[in-house]
Design a protein around this ligand. Sequence first.
Ligand code: GDP
Ligand code: MN
Length: 387
Amino acid sequence: MHLHEYQAKELFRTFDIPVPEGRVIRKRSELSPIIDELGLPLVVKAQVLAGGRGKGGGVRLVQTADEANDATTAILGMELVTAQTGGQGKTVHSVLVEQGLNIARELYLSLLIDRDRAEIVIITSLDGGMAIEEVAASTPERIIRIRINPLIGLQGYHLRQLAFGLKLSSQLGKEMATLVRKLYRLFVECDCSQLEINPLVVTTEEQLSAVDAKVEIDSSSLYRHPELAALQDPDDQDPLEAEARDIGLNYIRLEGTIGTIVNGAGLAMATMDLIKQAGAEPANFLDVGGGASSEMIEKGFRILLSDQQVTGIFINIFGGILRCDVLARGVVKAAQKTGLNLPVIVRMEGTNVDEGRRILTESGLALTTVSTLNDAAHELAALRDLR
Ligand code: GDP
Ligand code: MN
Protein backbone atom coordinates (compact mmCIF):
# COMPACT_ATOMS: atom_id res chain seq x y z
CA MET A 1 0.00 0.00 0.00
CA HIS A 2 1.34 3.42 -0.99
CA LEU A 3 1.01 6.51 1.15
CA HIS A 4 0.53 9.96 -0.30
CA GLU A 5 3.42 12.34 0.25
CA TYR A 6 1.49 14.32 2.88
CA GLN A 7 0.60 11.12 4.75
CA ALA A 8 4.20 9.93 4.65
CA LYS A 9 5.33 13.27 6.02
CA GLU A 10 2.78 13.07 8.85
CA LEU A 11 4.26 9.68 9.68
CA PHE A 12 7.78 11.18 9.54
CA ARG A 13 6.69 13.85 12.04
CA THR A 14 5.53 11.24 14.52
CA PHE A 15 9.05 9.76 14.36
CA ASP A 16 10.57 13.22 14.73
CA ILE A 17 12.08 13.20 11.24
CA PRO A 18 12.47 16.77 9.88
CA VAL A 19 10.03 17.76 7.11
CA PRO A 20 8.97 21.20 5.82
CA GLU A 21 5.85 22.79 7.38
CA GLY A 22 2.86 22.25 5.17
CA ARG A 23 -0.91 21.87 4.82
CA VAL A 24 -3.07 19.79 2.50
CA ILE A 25 -5.97 21.38 0.68
CA ARG A 26 -8.71 20.08 -1.58
CA LYS A 27 -10.19 23.45 -2.62
CA ARG A 28 -8.53 26.62 -3.78
CA SER A 29 -10.54 28.65 -1.26
CA GLU A 30 -8.55 26.98 1.51
CA LEU A 31 -5.30 28.51 0.26
CA SER A 32 -5.26 32.08 1.51
CA PRO A 33 -5.16 31.39 5.30
CA ILE A 34 -2.26 29.03 4.62
CA ILE A 35 -0.30 31.75 2.81
CA ASP A 36 -0.82 33.95 5.88
CA GLU A 37 0.24 31.16 8.20
CA LEU A 38 3.29 29.78 6.37
CA GLY A 39 4.49 32.89 4.56
CA LEU A 40 6.31 32.95 1.21
CA PRO A 41 7.91 31.41 -0.77
CA LEU A 42 5.77 28.28 -0.92
CA VAL A 43 5.84 25.05 -2.86
CA VAL A 44 2.57 23.73 -4.30
CA LYS A 45 2.64 19.97 -4.82
CA ALA A 46 0.16 17.62 -6.51
CA GLN A 47 -0.76 14.67 -4.29
CA VAL A 48 -0.93 11.64 -6.57
CA LEU A 49 0.47 8.18 -6.00
CA ALA A 50 3.18 8.43 -8.64
CA GLY A 51 6.67 9.86 -8.83
CA GLY A 52 8.13 12.30 -11.34
CA ARG A 53 5.59 14.99 -10.47
CA GLY A 54 8.18 17.77 -10.72
CA LYS A 55 8.99 17.01 -14.36
CA GLY A 56 5.28 16.58 -15.16
CA GLY A 57 4.35 20.07 -13.88
CA GLY A 58 2.90 18.89 -10.58
CA VAL A 59 5.34 20.76 -8.31
CA ARG A 60 5.69 24.54 -8.42
CA LEU A 61 7.82 26.88 -6.34
CA VAL A 62 5.97 30.19 -5.92
CA GLN A 63 7.19 33.58 -4.65
CA THR A 64 3.95 35.56 -4.37
CA ALA A 65 0.33 35.03 -3.29
CA ASP A 66 -0.79 35.47 -6.92
CA GLU A 67 1.63 32.80 -8.09
CA ALA A 68 0.43 30.51 -5.29
CA ASN A 69 -3.17 31.00 -6.46
CA ASP A 70 -2.26 30.34 -10.08
CA ALA A 71 -0.27 27.23 -9.23
CA THR A 72 -3.05 25.83 -7.04
CA THR A 73 -5.68 26.54 -9.71
CA ALA A 74 -3.53 24.86 -12.33
CA ILE A 75 -2.65 21.77 -10.29
CA LEU A 76 -5.90 21.00 -8.42
CA GLY A 77 -8.05 18.85 -10.67
CA MET A 78 -5.42 18.43 -13.39
CA GLU A 79 -4.74 15.07 -15.02
CA LEU A 80 -1.10 14.76 -14.10
CA VAL A 81 0.93 12.68 -16.52
CA THR A 82 4.37 11.60 -15.32
CA ALA A 83 6.84 8.90 -16.32
CA GLN A 84 5.12 6.68 -13.75
CA THR A 85 1.40 7.32 -14.32
CA GLY A 86 0.87 5.87 -17.77
CA GLY A 87 -0.52 7.96 -20.63
CA GLN A 88 -3.88 8.66 -19.04
CA GLY A 89 -2.40 10.37 -16.00
CA LYS A 90 -3.86 10.67 -12.52
CA THR A 91 -6.42 13.19 -11.35
CA VAL A 92 -5.11 15.50 -8.65
CA HIS A 93 -7.65 15.67 -5.83
CA SER A 94 -5.48 17.44 -3.29
CA VAL A 95 -2.35 19.57 -3.10
CA LEU A 96 0.25 19.95 -0.41
CA VAL A 97 1.24 23.56 0.23
CA GLU A 98 4.61 23.77 1.95
CA GLN A 99 7.08 26.35 3.12
CA GLY A 100 9.73 26.76 0.41
CA LEU A 101 13.20 25.96 1.66
CA ASN A 102 16.51 27.44 0.56
CA ILE A 103 18.17 24.37 -0.82
CA ALA A 104 21.97 24.08 -0.79
CA ARG A 105 22.25 20.41 -1.75
CA GLU A 106 19.85 17.67 -2.82
CA LEU A 107 20.71 14.15 -1.63
CA TYR A 108 18.99 10.84 -2.28
CA LEU A 109 18.13 8.39 0.49
CA SER A 110 16.03 5.25 0.42
CA LEU A 111 15.51 2.06 2.37
CA LEU A 112 14.26 -1.13 0.83
CA ILE A 113 14.27 -4.86 1.26
CA ASP A 114 16.57 -7.10 -0.72
CA ARG A 115 14.48 -10.25 -0.76
CA ASP A 116 17.18 -12.47 -2.24
CA ARG A 117 19.62 -11.65 0.54
CA ALA A 118 16.99 -11.10 3.23
CA GLU A 119 18.53 -7.76 4.13
CA ILE A 120 17.49 -4.15 4.46
CA VAL A 121 19.44 -1.93 2.10
CA ILE A 122 20.05 1.79 2.42
CA ILE A 123 20.65 3.43 -0.94
CA THR A 124 21.99 6.94 -0.94
CA SER A 125 23.57 9.37 -3.36
CA LEU A 126 25.21 12.77 -3.48
CA ASP A 127 23.19 13.48 -6.59
CA GLY A 128 19.59 13.55 -5.40
CA GLY A 129 16.72 15.34 -7.09
CA MET A 130 14.75 14.84 -10.21
CA ALA A 131 17.53 13.20 -12.26
CA ILE A 132 18.21 10.25 -9.95
CA GLU A 133 17.31 7.69 -12.63
CA GLU A 134 19.99 9.21 -14.90
CA VAL A 135 22.55 9.05 -12.10
CA ALA A 136 21.79 5.36 -11.58
CA ALA A 137 22.13 4.69 -15.30
CA SER A 138 25.19 6.77 -16.22
CA THR A 139 27.25 7.10 -13.00
CA PRO A 140 26.27 4.11 -10.84
CA GLU A 141 29.47 4.54 -8.81
CA ARG A 142 27.91 7.66 -7.30
CA ILE A 143 25.23 5.53 -5.67
CA ILE A 144 26.12 4.02 -2.30
CA ARG A 145 24.52 0.81 -1.02
CA ILE A 146 24.71 -0.12 2.64
CA ARG A 147 23.46 -3.58 3.53
CA ILE A 148 22.03 -4.24 6.95
CA ASN A 149 21.48 -7.65 8.43
CA PRO A 150 18.12 -7.17 10.18
CA LEU A 151 19.20 -9.44 13.05
CA ILE A 152 22.14 -7.15 13.77
CA GLY A 153 20.28 -3.94 12.97
CA LEU A 154 21.61 -0.51 12.13
CA GLN A 155 25.10 0.03 13.60
CA GLY A 156 27.46 2.96 14.02
CA TYR A 157 29.70 1.77 11.20
CA HIS A 158 26.76 1.84 8.76
CA LEU A 159 26.13 5.47 9.70
CA ARG A 160 29.80 6.43 9.36
CA GLN A 161 29.91 4.78 5.95
CA LEU A 162 26.88 6.87 4.98
CA ALA A 163 28.21 10.20 6.27
CA PHE A 164 31.60 9.58 4.68
CA GLY A 165 30.08 8.52 1.36
CA LEU A 166 27.93 11.65 1.25
CA LYS A 167 30.95 13.84 2.14
CA LEU A 168 29.07 15.44 5.04
CA SER A 169 30.70 17.75 7.58
CA SER A 170 31.04 16.24 11.03
CA GLN A 171 28.05 18.24 12.29
CA LEU A 172 25.81 17.22 9.38
CA GLY A 173 27.11 13.66 9.62
CA LYS A 174 25.78 13.50 13.18
CA GLU A 175 22.43 14.95 12.15
CA MET A 176 22.24 12.44 9.32
CA ALA A 177 23.01 9.57 11.70
CA THR A 178 20.15 10.65 13.99
CA LEU A 179 17.79 10.99 11.05
CA VAL A 180 18.68 7.59 9.58
CA ARG A 181 18.29 5.90 12.98
CA LYS A 182 14.74 7.27 13.18
CA LEU A 183 13.99 6.29 9.60
CA TYR A 184 15.22 2.78 10.19
CA ARG A 185 13.01 2.50 13.24
CA LEU A 186 10.02 3.76 11.24
CA PHE A 187 10.83 1.32 8.43
CA VAL A 188 10.82 -1.68 10.76
CA GLU A 189 7.99 -0.64 13.10
CA CYS A 190 5.61 0.26 10.27
CA ASP A 191 6.46 -2.83 8.17
CA CYS A 192 7.56 -0.75 5.20
CA SER A 193 8.56 -2.48 2.01
CA GLN A 194 10.07 0.69 0.60
CA LEU A 195 10.83 4.20 1.75
CA GLU A 196 12.35 6.96 -0.34
CA ILE A 197 13.35 10.56 0.31
CA ASN A 198 14.29 12.31 -2.90
CA PRO A 199 15.47 14.89 -2.38
CA LEU A 200 16.71 14.87 1.18
CA VAL A 201 17.95 18.44 1.25
CA VAL A 202 20.65 20.30 3.07
CA THR A 203 19.37 23.86 3.48
CA THR A 204 21.55 26.94 3.27
CA GLU A 205 21.16 27.01 7.07
CA GLU A 206 22.85 23.55 7.15
CA GLN A 207 19.69 21.73 8.23
CA LEU A 208 18.44 18.43 6.86
CA SER A 209 14.86 18.20 5.64
CA ALA A 210 12.85 15.53 3.82
CA VAL A 211 11.43 17.58 0.95
CA ASP A 212 9.80 14.54 -0.66
CA ALA A 213 8.59 11.33 0.97
CA LYS A 214 7.48 8.04 -0.53
CA VAL A 215 6.43 5.22 1.75
CA GLU A 216 5.12 1.81 0.79
CA ILE A 217 3.69 -0.40 3.53
CA ASP A 218 3.60 -4.18 3.16
CA SER A 219 -0.13 -4.77 2.65
CA SER A 220 0.04 -8.12 4.42
CA SER A 221 0.98 -6.30 7.63
CA LEU A 222 -1.97 -3.90 7.63
CA TYR A 223 -3.94 -6.03 10.07
CA ARG A 224 -1.56 -4.91 12.78
CA HIS A 225 -1.50 -1.25 11.70
CA PRO A 226 -5.13 -0.11 11.67
CA GLU A 227 -4.03 3.54 11.78
CA LEU A 228 -2.02 3.04 8.56
CA ALA A 229 -4.69 0.89 6.90
CA ALA A 230 -7.10 3.80 7.38
CA LEU A 231 -4.88 5.93 5.13
CA GLN A 232 -5.47 3.75 2.08
CA ASP A 233 -6.56 5.77 -0.95
CA PRO A 234 -9.62 4.01 -2.43
CA ASP A 235 -8.59 5.17 -5.92
CA ASP A 236 -5.36 3.21 -5.54
CA GLN A 237 -7.08 -0.15 -5.02
CA ASP A 238 -8.44 -2.61 -7.49
CA PRO A 239 -12.21 -2.40 -6.74
CA LEU A 240 -12.66 -6.18 -6.99
CA GLU A 241 -9.73 -6.85 -4.66
CA ALA A 242 -11.15 -4.36 -2.16
CA GLU A 243 -14.58 -6.03 -2.32
CA ALA A 244 -13.06 -9.50 -1.91
CA ARG A 245 -11.04 -8.36 1.09
CA ASP A 246 -14.14 -6.91 2.74
CA ILE A 247 -15.92 -10.25 2.51
CA GLY A 248 -12.88 -12.18 3.69
CA LEU A 249 -11.67 -13.78 0.44
CA ASN A 250 -8.01 -14.18 -0.52
CA TYR A 251 -8.31 -12.79 -4.05
CA ILE A 252 -5.68 -11.29 -6.31
CA ARG A 253 -6.64 -10.06 -9.74
CA LEU A 254 -4.45 -11.07 -12.69
CA GLU A 255 -4.51 -10.30 -16.38
CA GLY A 256 -5.85 -13.56 -17.89
CA THR A 257 -9.29 -14.85 -18.86
CA ILE A 258 -9.80 -18.02 -16.80
CA GLY A 259 -11.37 -17.25 -13.43
CA THR A 260 -10.44 -19.72 -10.69
CA ILE A 261 -11.99 -20.78 -7.41
CA VAL A 262 -9.75 -23.04 -5.36
CA ASN A 263 -9.51 -24.11 -1.75
CA GLY A 264 -6.04 -23.80 -0.28
CA ALA A 265 -3.23 -21.49 -1.43
CA GLY A 266 -0.96 -24.34 -2.54
CA LEU A 267 -3.65 -25.87 -4.73
CA ALA A 268 -4.46 -22.40 -6.06
CA MET A 269 -0.84 -21.96 -7.16
CA ALA A 270 -0.78 -25.40 -8.76
CA THR A 271 -4.05 -24.56 -10.52
CA MET A 272 -2.58 -21.39 -11.97
CA ASP A 273 0.36 -23.44 -13.26
CA LEU A 274 -2.05 -25.92 -14.80
CA ILE A 275 -3.95 -23.16 -16.59
CA LYS A 276 -0.72 -21.78 -18.00
CA GLN A 277 0.45 -25.21 -19.09
CA ALA A 278 -2.83 -25.60 -20.95
CA GLY A 279 -1.90 -22.44 -22.82
CA ALA A 280 -4.42 -20.15 -21.13
CA GLU A 281 -3.95 -17.37 -18.54
CA PRO A 282 -5.52 -17.19 -15.07
CA ALA A 283 -7.72 -14.15 -14.38
CA ASN A 284 -7.09 -14.35 -10.66
CA PHE A 285 -5.79 -16.14 -7.64
CA LEU A 286 -8.62 -17.07 -5.30
CA ASP A 287 -8.27 -19.22 -2.22
CA VAL A 288 -11.67 -19.70 -0.61
CA GLY A 289 -10.01 -21.40 2.35
CA GLY A 290 -10.11 -24.91 3.70
CA GLY A 291 -13.30 -24.42 5.64
CA ALA A 292 -15.17 -22.37 3.07
CA SER A 293 -18.97 -22.40 3.21
CA SER A 294 -21.29 -22.46 0.23
CA GLU A 295 -21.81 -18.71 0.84
CA MET A 296 -18.07 -18.14 0.33
CA ILE A 297 -18.22 -20.01 -2.97
CA GLU A 298 -21.13 -17.88 -4.02
CA LYS A 299 -19.28 -14.70 -3.11
CA GLY A 300 -16.23 -15.90 -5.01
CA PHE A 301 -18.44 -16.50 -8.02
CA ARG A 302 -19.85 -13.01 -7.88
CA ILE A 303 -16.40 -11.47 -7.79
CA LEU A 304 -15.23 -13.52 -10.78
CA LEU A 305 -18.34 -12.69 -12.77
CA SER A 306 -17.84 -8.95 -12.22
CA ASP A 307 -14.45 -9.22 -13.93
CA GLN A 308 -15.19 -8.39 -17.57
CA GLN A 309 -12.03 -10.21 -18.67
CA VAL A 310 -13.27 -13.59 -17.51
CA THR A 311 -14.48 -15.88 -20.32
CA GLY A 312 -14.53 -19.17 -18.40
CA ILE A 313 -14.35 -20.43 -14.83
CA PHE A 314 -12.35 -23.29 -13.40
CA ILE A 315 -13.31 -24.57 -9.96
CA ASN A 316 -10.70 -26.86 -8.45
CA ILE A 317 -11.59 -28.17 -5.01
CA PHE A 318 -10.17 -30.92 -2.93
CA GLY A 319 -12.91 -31.78 -0.48
CA GLY A 320 -11.32 -32.16 2.92
CA ILE A 321 -12.84 -29.88 5.50
CA LEU A 322 -14.92 -28.34 2.70
CA ARG A 323 -17.07 -31.28 1.60
CA CYS A 324 -17.81 -31.73 -2.09
CA ASP A 325 -21.58 -31.70 -1.56
CA VAL A 326 -21.33 -28.34 0.20
CA LEU A 327 -19.24 -27.01 -2.66
CA ALA A 328 -21.68 -28.34 -5.25
CA ARG A 329 -24.63 -26.66 -3.54
CA GLY A 330 -22.69 -23.40 -3.42
CA VAL A 331 -21.88 -23.61 -7.10
CA VAL A 332 -25.45 -24.39 -8.11
CA LYS A 333 -26.88 -21.63 -5.95
CA ALA A 334 -24.35 -19.12 -7.21
CA ALA A 335 -24.92 -20.12 -10.83
CA GLN A 336 -28.69 -19.78 -10.48
CA LYS A 337 -28.58 -16.49 -8.61
CA THR A 338 -26.07 -14.83 -10.91
CA GLY A 339 -27.64 -16.09 -14.12
CA LEU A 340 -24.32 -17.61 -15.07
CA ASN A 341 -23.70 -17.76 -18.79
CA LEU A 342 -20.00 -18.66 -18.93
CA PRO A 343 -18.57 -22.15 -19.33
CA VAL A 344 -17.58 -23.67 -15.99
CA ILE A 345 -15.26 -26.61 -15.40
CA VAL A 346 -15.49 -28.24 -12.01
CA ARG A 347 -12.79 -30.59 -10.80
CA MET A 348 -13.73 -32.15 -7.48
CA GLU A 349 -12.23 -34.90 -5.42
CA GLY A 350 -12.45 -35.90 -1.81
CA THR A 351 -15.10 -36.17 0.87
CA ASN A 352 -18.64 -36.81 -0.42
CA VAL A 353 -17.53 -36.48 -4.04
CA ASP A 354 -20.29 -38.74 -5.37
CA GLU A 355 -22.96 -36.70 -3.67
CA GLY A 356 -21.31 -33.54 -5.03
CA ARG A 357 -21.29 -34.83 -8.60
CA ARG A 358 -24.92 -35.91 -8.30
CA ILE A 359 -25.93 -32.39 -7.21
CA LEU A 360 -24.07 -30.82 -10.13
CA THR A 361 -25.52 -33.24 -12.70
CA GLU A 362 -29.09 -32.93 -11.42
CA SER A 363 -28.92 -29.15 -11.37
CA GLY A 364 -29.35 -29.08 -15.15
CA LEU A 365 -26.68 -26.41 -15.41
CA ALA A 366 -24.14 -26.56 -18.23
CA LEU A 367 -21.20 -27.49 -16.05
CA THR A 368 -18.34 -29.71 -17.15
CA THR A 369 -17.33 -32.02 -14.34
CA VAL A 370 -13.91 -33.67 -14.36
CA SER A 371 -12.07 -35.66 -11.74
CA THR A 372 -8.41 -35.51 -12.73
CA LEU A 373 -6.12 -32.55 -13.37
CA ASN A 374 -5.27 -34.04 -16.75
CA ASP A 375 -8.90 -33.92 -17.85
CA ALA A 376 -9.13 -30.43 -16.45
CA ALA A 377 -6.17 -29.37 -18.61
CA HIS A 378 -7.90 -30.70 -21.74
CA GLU A 379 -11.07 -28.78 -20.97
CA LEU A 380 -9.05 -25.65 -20.21
CA ALA A 381 -7.25 -25.91 -23.52
CA ALA A 382 -10.69 -25.83 -25.17
CA LEU A 383 -11.67 -22.71 -23.19
CA ARG A 384 -8.45 -20.95 -24.08
CA ASP A 385 -9.63 -19.82 -27.50
CA LEU A 386 -12.93 -18.44 -26.27
CA ARG A 387 -13.37 -14.71 -26.41
P1 GDP B 1 8.77 14.47 -7.55
O1 GDP B 1 9.19 15.15 -8.82
O2 GDP B 1 7.44 13.79 -7.69
O3 GDP B 1 9.82 13.56 -7.01
O4 GDP B 1 8.51 15.66 -6.47
P2 GDP B 1 9.50 16.33 -5.40
O5 GDP B 1 8.79 16.47 -4.13
O6 GDP B 1 10.80 15.61 -5.32
O7 GDP B 1 9.74 17.77 -5.99
C1 GDP B 1 10.45 17.99 -7.20
C2 GDP B 1 11.55 19.03 -7.03
O8 GDP B 1 10.99 20.26 -6.59
C3 GDP B 1 12.60 18.69 -5.98
O9 GDP B 1 13.60 17.84 -6.48
C4 GDP B 1 13.15 20.07 -5.62
O10 GDP B 1 14.20 20.41 -6.50
C5 GDP B 1 11.98 21.00 -5.88
N1 GDP B 1 11.45 21.47 -4.59
C6 GDP B 1 10.57 20.81 -3.78
N2 GDP B 1 10.38 21.52 -2.65
C7 GDP B 1 11.17 22.62 -2.71
C8 GDP B 1 11.46 23.74 -1.84
O11 GDP B 1 10.94 23.86 -0.73
N3 GDP B 1 12.33 24.70 -2.29
C9 GDP B 1 12.92 24.61 -3.51
N4 GDP B 1 13.77 25.55 -3.89
N5 GDP B 1 12.70 23.56 -4.34
C10 GDP B 1 11.84 22.61 -3.96
MN1 MN C 1 11.02 13.45 -5.45
